[in-house]
Design a protein around this ligand. Structure first.
Ligand SMILES: [Zn+2]
Ligand SMILES: [Zn+2]
Length: 380
């Protein structure tokens, strides 16, 4: 079926203008619903996990459910390039190309409207909150997700640095796990002339910076990709008469697999507790922006490889997992499926760079790949 590209280009511009932060995608969701109104799904599961939307297209007979997921959110990065369709939201813009991902998935609505699958169902899922690693979990935790209950899950991410339209695939782990660690150290202030009378967290902060940085050296094997990056450390205030009573250290942990992540997470927590005991401090440990690794099903990856060949697309096997994370891993943890990359051009600025903008040339390619996935899984 012919794709109405003009309409999709217009949609991409409208979504770009209306960029919104994670978890606050109210306007974006209503623009998507307006668009879907033209290509009426059989059911809309609205407000799933916040502003998420599931558009359900029913097949002609019973069969599996294929979920195609895109992401609704933009980033807290000001638009720094001249665009006719520049973001109208102060300090917020689509610098990860989620406007493009939504447009691709909306292209499928055009097709599915008049061409229902032979069997099963297709759910177009517009997921909130991807950038903060929470949205997939919000959607999965929502009781409305029982109405979606997929058998297969798919998503793509555009990838600057790879040739335009190249299909980037990998069996097993595609994107790494990552987690934010927040350590609060609670002591007691004292006069700076009498630090011995207080409980200063200063030494524990210093030792945690050193210790976290050494975790991977001592607690993971050479072949186990693991990284602990201290991203923030603070102790006390600008008060020269006071020995501090409070400190924080934050770090980002990364690894290819969830098993290694669990191990280095436990080591970090042990280290905090040990140091707090020796410095007589209380502590509060919390975790934020938790992304599991995104692990692809081999059979589903081979399906995508075959489709790339049949569509005459260039393809590339990513040799090692990508170091970045995608909360789509929450879906691949539970369901068979795959996340794949679509090259956004070798000279394209990197994701999250202020000069990045989604290349419209990818829209048709993205729609066609997903269309083929649906056909091959849901045709008799
Ligand atoms: Zn991003
Ligand atoms: Zn993204």
């Amino acid at each position: 079926m012919e794709i109405k590209l003009d309409e999709l280009l217009e949609l991409r511009k409208t979504l770009h203008r209306n960029a919104e932060l994670s978890g606050r995608e109210e306007r974006t969701a209503s623009l998507v619903k307006d668009y879907l109104g033209k290509y009426l799904p059989d059911q809309i599961v609205d407000g799933i996990g916040g502003y998420g939307i599931g558009a359900v297209y029913q097949g002609k007979s019973e069969g599996p459910t294929v979920l195609i997921r895109c992401d609704l959110d933009a980033l807290p990065i000001p638009e720094s390039i001249e665009l006719e369709y520049a973001s109208e939201t102060d300090g917020v813009s689509h610098k990860c190309g989620h406007d493009g991902h939504m447009t691709i998935v909306s292209g499928l609505a055009q097709i599915l409207h008049n061409n229902r699958p032979d069997k099963g169902r297709v759910v177009l899922l517009y997921q909130p909150g991807e950038e903060v690693g929470k949205g997939a979990q919000w959607v999965l935790d929502d009781e409305k997700f029982s109405q979606i209950a997929p058998d297969y899950v798919f998503a793509l991410h555009n990838l600057p640095g790879f040739p335009l339209g190249q299909v980037v695939y990998r069996e097993g782990v595609f994107a790494s796990a990552s987690k934010g660690l927040i350590v609060e150290l609670l002591g007691e202030t004292s006069h700076a002339a009498e630090p011995q009378k207080g409980k200063s967290p200063a030494m524990a902060v210093a030792q945690l910076i050193n210790g976290f940085s050494a975790i991977t050296q001592f607690h993971s094997a050479l072949h186990e990709a693991a990284q602990v990056t201290v991203i923030s450390a603070r102790v006390g205030e600008r008060a020269f008469g006071t020995s501090p009573g409070f400190g924080t250290v934050m770090a980002t942990l990364r690894s290819h697999t969830d098993e290694v992540m669990d191990r280095i997470s436990a080591k970090c927590e042990d280290m905090v507790r040990g140091l707090c005991e020796s410095w007589n401090l209380d502590t509060k440990i919390s975790w934020d922006e938790i992304f599991p690794s995104t692990t692809n099903d081999s059979k589903m990856v081979r399906l995508i490889m075959n489709i790339a060949d049949d569509l005459g697309l260039d393809k590339f096997e990513q040799p090692i997992p990508f170091p970045w994370s995608e909360d789509f891993g929450n879906f691949t943890d539970r369901y068979k499926g795959a996340l794949f990359g679509l090259g956004a051009g070798e000279s394209q600025p990197a994701l999250h760079h202020p000069t990045y903008d989604f290349p419209d040339d990818l829209i048709v390619t993205g729609v066609k790949i997903f269309e083929e996935i649906i056909k091959r899984l849901l045709m008799k």
